[in-house]
Structures are given as structure tokens and as C-alpha cells.
Design a protein around this ligand. Structure first.
Ligand SMILES: [Zn+2]
Length: 430
């Protein structure tokens, strides 16, 4: 968390978080409520029955420890379960409750999304708990939910209702919520493709003991070119977030600055809020001091070293393409000319290689093979510019979505060898 964000008042933090949840369609306008418990024991919470699309900071209610309320509206009707969670768990200071469609699908089929799908989901969300149904707003519902939180869960599916997620601050709770909904969506999408593969404990442990941080160097003043590139890369990271190609806790993006340096997104920063100065300059295997580059930095370095034509690289998590990465299903790009021309043949990279020094992955990708599915870890896309990599990423996701959407319609008829040969001659100079 950036130090300055500690200065955001609870009303604004709740407002911004609710806007984000609503804008990215993780709740309906009437569903969902958010709260913060502060150091004085006051609980700040969204009001009852207010349009989530038009929430103002003054609408947020403050409930004092003695039960008295500040603000023009009554607190959310779900305030009892927020209070029950805070009473059960003093480490929890922020709560998100909503009815996002993928987690509701789990809730109504009485299943829990398995966070062993991704190392990051397991790391961010932990295991998921379950609370039995009770009437919304009732003390019984509060009791059922608090019981699950008391067992140590941060994320709890509510039977025939939705999900509640807690964190040591609201941002942390939001990131868990978004990561869990993404995981649930991926499991559902992947179910259309075949058997979903989960990571075992040994695989989940790999990233934790992986590569040491890069040695650092003191960076001098940025050149105009570097400033431009920082701005451009930042814009595309935010756009990637808005287009749901990255989520707050997953995804890294880099771009080459010159022959032996590149800029990359920082480790563990909210991808939605990245600023130009947060990007980390990496030069000849060393990182700018006082910043921590993405864990993917070594892999990106190896790819840039090996392929001078590659100028931008993204590790991304668009849900449809990621669904292919968690099943054995092949992503056949011979669907429409655009897909084949932009993506060529999409390869699959075994889980674990991304946490090594990157040399093996650098050998496998090239300008001729710019896309890879990383097993249970999203996709890797290379391009000749930031725009080129972004464009390929969007084509990849559209192709994956069309393939998944075609499943109920029947078998796909791929373009034949003669059509591919003609495209190779016309567009790819082969
Ligand atoms: Zn609800």
C-alpha cells in the first residue's frame, strides 16, 4: 500500500471501492455493502437502499461503538454481520460483501471455489469458508458468518446469497474479493473446456522459494524517452485493468527502453492505481534502488536479451484465455484470419518454468511464436511495441472467448492448411 493512501478518509475509501465494484460489474446496484472499522472502534458502512451508481461520500454512515449513527441514512441492513465479523476478528478492518455472478454460482450450487487454481489466488485469498443460509439482516446470519471467520477464513461463501471477504484494511479485502471472483470465473469458463487442473502443495510452494530479488543500482534522472515510455506503459496497464486483462493482484507489463534496459510494473502494487513513477527501471539485470520489480522481471530480462526485436512483454490474466491455461485444451488459433495472423501457434509452457531464471521461456518464445499459455498462470504475450503486445493480448482473449462460446454450438471448423498457407504468404512473408 502506498503511504499516502493511509490518509484517505474512510468515506472516500468506501466510495471509491464501491464504485470500482459496481463499474466492473461485480455487484448489482442494490446488492453489496462495504465497511471499515477504524482505530476508535467506529464502523463506516454503505447506507441501506441507495443507488450504488450514484453514491456520494456523505451517504456513508458511521456507526459508533455505542450504536449511535452519524449520517443522513440508516446503515446497510447487513450491518449486523459486519459487526459480528469485527467482534470475532480484531485483525479485520475492512469488509466487502457482494453478489458477483461467478461466486453466486458457487453459492447456489453449494460449492467452494478452489483457490489452488493459481499460486496467487491461494496466496491472496487462502482457503475459502462457508456460512449456512439465514435471513438477510438477521442476527443469525451474523452468527453463521462470524463462525466461519472465527475459524480463520478471510473469504466466506454465503449459502444461497453471495460472498463476504475481510482484510486488514479495505484495499486488502477488495483485492481478495476481486481475486476470488476471477478465480471462480476462470473455473466456470474452464469447465466448458474439460477437466480443470489444480496445483498441488509442492507446486504452490515453488514461487515462495523462487528467485532472489534483483541487485539494485541508483537510477539517475530519467531521459525524455524514459518519461514518455513510463507514461505510455502506465496508460496500457490501466487500460488492461479496465478491459479485464489484468486484475488488481495479477499481471505484469514491461517495455524495452534501450538495448540493455526496460521498464516493468512493480511487485504487488494494485494494477489499477499504478503511476508512472511506480514503474521500475531494470538495467542489465539490476533494478532501480528503493523499488521492487515484478517477480517476472528475470523472465522478461531473458526474453529481451535473447530477442532484440521484442520491445514489450505482458503477463496477463484475461479470463477466457486463462481458462485454457488451467485445462489441457489446446487454443487453436485457426479460427479467423485475424486470430491466426496476430497469434500464430499458441504454445503451452509447463507450470514452474516462469519462476526459474527465464532462459527456458526465452528459448521457447520468439517474434514468430509470441504467445504462450503459462499452465495455471495466465498468458505471456510479446510484441514489437506496447501497443502491439496489447493488441495481441486483446485478440488472444477474443479468440479464446469465441472458442468457449462455440462449445454449445458444436465442433469448430478450423481454417484448412491451404487457407493457412495463403495467409502465411499474404501477411507473414512465408
Ligand atoms: Zn447480500
Amino acid at each position: 500500500m502506498k503511504p499516502r493512501q493511509n490518509l484517505v478518509p474512510p468515506r472516500d475509501e468506501i466510495l471509491h471501492t464501491m464504485e470500482r465494484i459496481y463499474r466492473y460489474r461485480m455487484t448489482t446496484t442494490s446488492g453489496g455493502n462495504i465497511s471499515i472499522r477504524d482505530d476508535h472502534g467506529d464502523t463506516w458502512i454503505t447506507p441501506a437502499r441507495i443507488d450504488k451508481g450514484n453514491l456520494r461520500r456523505t451517504d456513508i454512515a458511521c456507526v459508533h461503538a455505542d450504536g449511535s449513527v452519524d449520517g443522513p441514512h440508516r446503515p446497510s441492513s447487513e450491518f449486523p454481520f459486519h459487526r459480528a465479523i469485527y467482534d470475532a476478528r480484531s485483525d479485520i478492518r475492512g469488509i466487502v460483501h457482494a453478489h458477483p455472478v461467478a461466486l453466486v454460482a458457487f453459492s447456489i450450487s453449494r460449492q467452494l471455489p478452489n483457490t489452488h487454481l493459481f499460486h496467487q489466488a491461494r496466496h491472496v485469498c487462502g482457503e475459502v469458508g462457508f456460512a449456512k443460509y439465514a435471513l438477510p439482516g438477521s442476527e443469525q446470519l451474523g452468527y453463521n458468518i462470524a463462525k466461519a471467520f472465527a475459524q480463520g477464513f478471510h473469504c466466506v461463501i454465503l449459502e444461497n446469497h453471495g460472498v463476504v471477504v475481510g482484510g486488514d484494511n479495505l484495499q486488502n479485502a477488495f483485492q481478495r474479493f476481486e481475486t476470488l471472483e476471477f478465480t471462480a470465473k476462470t473455473i466456470i469458463k474452464a469447465g466448458h473446456l474439460g477437466q480443470v487442473q489444480y496445483l498441488n502443495d509442492a507446486q504452490l510452494a515453488i514461487p515462495r522459494r523462487a528467485v532472489a530479488p534483483l541487485p539494485t543500482f541508483p537510477a539517475g534522472p530519467a531521459t525524455s524517452h524514459e518519461k514518455e515510455l513510463r507514461r505510455e506503459l502506465c496508460e496500457f496497464v490501466r487500460r488492461g485493468y479496465q478491459q479485464r486483462l489484468l486484475i488488481s493482484t495479477e499481471g505484469s507489463f514491461s517495455s524495452r527502453l534501450d538495448a540493455n534496459s526496460f521498464l516493468i510494473t512493480p511487485y504487488q502494487a494494485d494494477r489499477f492505481a499504478i503511476e508512472a513513477e511506480d514503474l521500475v527501471l531494470v538495467r542489465a539485470g539490476t533494478g532501480e534502488s528503493n523499488k521492487i520489480p515484478s517477480r517476472a522481471a528475470r523472465m522478461h530480462q531473458a526474453i529481451y536479451d535473447r530477442h532484440p526485436e521484442i520491445r514489450a512483454i505482458a503477463n496477463a490474466y484475461p479470463v477466457n484465455a486463462t481458462a485454457f491455461s488451467v485445462t489441457g485444451a489446446a487454443l487453436d488459433t485457426r479460427t479467423i484470419p485475424e486470430s491466426y495472423i496476430f497469434l500464430r501457434d499458441v504454445q503451452r509452457i509447463p507450470y514452474g518454468l516462469q519462476f526459474q531464471d527465464g532462459e527456458e521461456i526465452a528459448r521457447r518464445v520468439s517474434p514468430r511464436q509470441p504467445i504462450a499459455l503459462l499452465e495455471n498462470d495466465g498468458v505471456l504475450v510479446c510484441g514489437t511495441s506496447v501497443l502491439d503486445a496489447f493488441d495481441r493480448l486483446e485478440v488472444l482473449e477474443s479468440t479464446a472467448e469465441a472458442l468457449i462460446n462455440s462449445r454449445p454450438l458444436g465442433p469448430v471448423a478450423p481454417m484448412g492448411n491451404d487457407v493457412i498457407a495463403e495467409l502465411n504468404r499474404a501477411f507473414l512473408g512465408e
